[in-house]
Design a protein around this ligand. Sequence first.
Ligand code: GLA
Length: 740
Amino acid sequence: MPIKFHKQSREFHLYNDQLSYIIKVLKNDQLGQLYFGKRVVDRDNHDYLVENTYRPVTSYVYDNDYSFSLGNMKQEYPAYGTTDYRLPAVEIKQPNGSSITNFTYVSHRIYDGKPQLNGLPATYVENDNEATTLEVLLHDDVINVDLTLIYTIFNNYDAIARSAKFTNQGEHDYQLTTAMSMNLDLPDDDYDWLQFSGAWGRERQLKAAHLRPGIQSVGSTRGASSHMENPFVILKRPHTDDFQGEAYGFSLVYSGNFLAQAEVDPYKVTRVQLGINPFHFSWKLAPQASFQTPEAVMVYTTNGLNDLSQNFHHLYQQRLTRGYWRDRQRPILVNNWEATYFDFTEDKLLSLAKTAKDLGIELFVLDDGWFGKRTSETAGLGDWWVNRDRLPDGISGLSAKIHQLGMMFGLWFEPEMTNKDSDLYRNHPDYIIKTPDRHASHGRKQYVLDFSRPEVVDYVYNMMVKVLADGKVDYVKWDMNRNITECFSAAYPADQQGEIFHRYILGVYDLYERLINKFPQILFESCASGGGRFDAGMLYYAPQAWTSDDSDAIERLKIQTGTSYCYPTSSMGAHVSVSPNEQLQRQTPLKTRADVAYFGAFGYELDLNSLPETDRQQIKQQVAFMKKYRQIFQFGTFYRLKTPFDSNIVAWLAVSPDKKQAIMGYFKILNDVNAEYRRQQLPGLAADLTYQVSEEDGSQIGEFTGNELANIGLVTTDASAGENKETTDFYSKLFIFNAK
Ligand code: GLA
């Protein structure tokens, strides 16, 4: 069993073929962290790793003992104020105003399999022999609260999933004000911190900086994981790159306010924490009540960031995403938003769908504007019934017509929102999040429904079920277009207002879960003004997410590259849109737009009818090409070969699991004249296989062994002395590798 308990030393060793994670019950019965890294041989005792140093200006736990300070210990789930001055993983406010705690070891359980987290998204196993779980029960005697730390190590993924659970066994109410999902104290600070920052239209851009003493953090206070930061960070050694070197990845399976931080202490210990943002959070822990934190997933590699990412991709594709669509190729869609915006009639939609069908497109998605009085962004959100002025035969009529064409039918919802100009708001003005006696701010003229209240979730559920059951709907785009302000719920007392952000997200998860159970074959795509809630939590419910409202191919190189550090290509909604691009006015070739979008859940979002016939013919070929290679693009092993964060050339590679097929997307952002004679080395192929290399139109480039491609590389030069008229700015080319 890959978790060992050494009774004498009270040490736990969690391991698989690649990883070891070692923790110990310290002499004060709290839990210490000894090692997380490459697999090491098991041994009975690692006492030599426990620091017992005397240091000036240090506080010590035991009388007449200058050796044991929690401030000098690497810990599993530290508290503040009992000799450790660093930021804590837990804080509990008690009736007398104190927040001192002392959680000490009581018992543990080791078992095959992995528990699910009630009401929360989490990785899972299909068979108990896929993973082993350790639960360590700790207890604070003064407040009579249990803390269970839950660790699961997977056999086939280099990953450990963790969470913490609090149960109040006492008689008093407490306020849990900090409850991180994970804490990891690493023994040195020689790491670069990588975060994925951005804003609307430019989500998840890689930013890196070397760790420095003190605290560095990213987080969200918006009620959603946000466009601005992502609940995923990496610590890597300075020399680590995509192809080699040591790195840790930390991902939170959660979609609400989060905090990811690293604190480097004076002795160069790096404390990494990830969890619900303690800012504006508190949870009333009543007698007998429990609080379960979201799950954090930790991946470790010595083989570079591609390997780190691939571990997340495979785990999240196979054991976070669920249901009918988990392993299925995603339908090629056309979405009417950028084709029509709010200006559509049924005829216009059907004409777009017919053209799409002729081009081989499989799914027609009707975006915003089909319901209530929704003819502009000022009205109708919350009224989830069809607008018969626009769609006389209803959603069921339109969906039947789309199905008659031989296409699937998809529909847009924004379940968490309402406009003041809506029947929902007129009937239930108390259903929105707002603080009494204060102005309620808006975003896009809309207000956030109070999903912390089960009756509000029920209300929306009932409306959605009616639409989804009446019309046959195969796909739902679940949008969410503003963040929470004046956070307060009319349904909760003063001492529970700190819970609302978290309860809101629990309400979102609940609605998703109920709809998935009711309609297991619907493909959900999450969206939040593009990628404003692209996180591991959402992938548990919606296997794909609209990566960004910015569909410009060149911007997408950055957005999709940044997203790929944690999330698989199958999860990234990626559409070909019009040129000049609607967000940026940039003109890019239709080929480049498709070549970028192939590496995702592919589709089109433009008026196919207003394109020149030559473009339509090209799209027909693109659709056929994507159908042929979709399995590799969406489920192959994905490599970043060159990234737009440090190169004018971007190269992505997707390799089939048997390594017999691969596709490289090769993109040159700006053209260059008289440039170097370029080669691209290709990892991930089978050294001893010979590959025929061709372009997508079948023209042959040559034959090379995997060994040559990995070491010598493939010549990718597309302009010698700038004479090649084919290459322009925003140029792209696909290289297809087929083993003989
Ligand atoms: C958001 C989404 C878009 C589109 C519009 C509709 O901005 O990100 O894709 O659905 O809403 O209002």
